[in-house]
Design a protein around this ligand. Structure first.
Ligand SMILES: [Zn+2]
Length: 475
């Protein structure tokens, strides 16, 4: 097996090599940007989706599924939205041999599919809030270089759409989404920042957009999701109205919350290392791999004990794989490390005789576990592994940012920069030019590292109305 490229100096090469070597996706499908989910990658995706479903449903959101095709007439109703997506949509113009009377859009996102139906579902203030989500594929004609999970044309998309009685309740829903995402991110051991995007970079049709950004080294950031407040921008053109308690007709205020397989890409990017992928146990396709080590004089012992161990863990609800193949143990270790399995149980003659196993986690720590308390000890090792993984990610996160006091300092940045910004678009663009990237926006919560107060705008020097902002190079 060839060695992986260096993650620090050749990040994208490393990322592509790791995704390929771990067999998470097959990119040989003959449509650019549309990859095949392999059995191993699909297991990870399903586990990841289960976390999203668990956390969003805990906030009272219900699953639905809307059709993938949207009439062009509905799609065109919100002007900013159509302008924002016009160049990215796939059009369906023919049914069989006949041109369609009303052309159809393959959903790039589902606002315009869902909102005409919301107008039918919402009648009274008693119908509110209406919180629904779906996990479906969406399609965008990406013109930039496509990358597995990071930039694709068929997107595995989680989208929540809600209707609220007023602007304040919609703001509350944004906050609730941020809280739900904090729990999702904790399950994935991913540190992140919630950043309010500047006006010129918000979602088409949104009142404001909060993005969820993850630093992935060298000033690069990965937007893994976003939460939008729409005010009445969609409810007016789509006629989503309700009768208030006082009998008046009101337009709903809406929000959305979107996540995609970029989350999986972020997990690979943040946790992966020189040996390959590292999965947190919450989404690992296999949480444990059991490897019997047959020796010349060990007979059936190791395989028998390994089989028993795997069976017991499986019954205990742990995702386990027994690798009893012919390969040398060293080759198996290498392969499962590459694939990111959190915990490996090695069982040789000595372990078999002592009814024990050597547990080696993906961060390289080894400890003996006894078969008597196997389920308990494995669960403990996995929890300990997740804690250590989060610690490692946090350590990298804490050094991924640094303050810049002048525009000159931004050139060639190797960290995401924290800068004073007066809020004007002109200064924003000057910052973007200086870092050769983007002004990501202003943090939605206090920054998780000590920075004090900004002295002035990094571009114009003004001191009034100055806030901290983040600038980096989005992937
Ligand atoms: Zn300024």
């Amino acid at each position: 097996m060839a060695e992986l490229p260096d993650k620090r100096t050749a990040f994208i090469d490393w990322y592509l090599a790791v995704v390929e070597a771990a067999n998470l996706t097959d990119k040989r499908y003959p449509v650019k940007g549309m990859n095949v989910w392999t059995p191993y990658g699909f297991r990870a995706r399903r586990n990841l989706d289960a976390v999203l479903v668990r956390e969003i449903e805990a906030t009272g959101s219900e699953a639905v599924e809307f059709p993938a095709l949207i009439p062009a007439t509905e799609f065109a109703k919100e002007k900013e939205h159509i302008k924002g997506f016009d160049a990215q949509v796939y059009w369906v113009t023919r049914g069989g041999l006949s041109p369609l009377d009303v052309e159809l859009v393959l959903r790039p996102t589902s606002e315009t599919a869902i909102y005409p139906i919301f107008a039918l579902w919402v009648r009274s203030h008693r119908d509110l809030p209406l919180n629904i989500y779906q996990i479906v594929n969406t399609f965008r004609y990406e013109t930039k270089t496509t990358r597995p999970f990071l930039r694709v044309r068929e997107i595995h998309f989680f989208e929540e759409h809600t209707c609220q009685a007023n602007e304040e309740h919609a703001t509350g829903r944004v906050r609730s989404n941020l809280d739900a995402f904090a729990k999702m991110a904790a399950a994935f051991a991913l540190p992140y920042l919630a950043i309010r995007r500047p006006e010129w970079d918000k979602f088409p049709g949104a009142f404001y957009s909060v993005a969820l950004d993850i630093p992935v080294g060298d000033a690069r950031t990965l937007q893994i999701g976003s939460i939008h407040h729409y005010r009445e921008n969609f409810s007016k053109p789509y006629g989503i109205q309700y009768e208030a308690a006082d009998g008046s007709q009101q337009y709903v205020h809406q929000t959305t919350f979107g996540l995609s397989e970029r989350l999986l890409g972020a997990i690979v990017a943040v946790h992966g290392d020189a040996k390959g992928v590292v999965f947190p146990s919450s989404i690992a396709p296999y949480q444990v791999v059991v490897i019997p080590i047959p020796g010349a004089d060990s007979g059936e012992g190791p395989l028998k004990v390994a089989t028993e161990a795997a069976e017991r863990l499986r019954r205990h609800g742990i995702r386990v794989h027994l690798d009893g193949g012919e390969e040398r143990p060293g080759a198996k270790y290498y392969r499962w490390e590459l694939a990111g399995v959190p915990l490996r149980l090695e069982i040789g003659r000595r372990e078999a005789e002592a009814r024990s196993a050597t547990a080696a986690d993906r961060l390289g720590r080894k400890a003996p576990v006894t078969l008597d308390r196997l389920e308990h000890e494995v669960a403990e090792r996995l929890a300990e592994f997740d804690r250590a993984l989060l610690e490692r990610a946090r350590a990298a996160f804490s050094v991924a940012f640094s303050v810049a006091k002048t525009l000159e300092e931004l050139a060639g940045s190797t960290t995401v920069r924290v800068v004073g910004w007066c809020g004007t678009e002109e200064c924003g663009h000057r910052i973007e030019t200086a870092i050769d990237g983007a002004l990501l926006g202003t943090p939605e919560d206090p920054l998780p590292f000590p920075v004090g107060e900004p002295a002035g705008c990094v571009a114009c020097g003004r001191t009034d109305g100055v806030r901290w902002a983040l600038a980096g190079r989005p992937i």
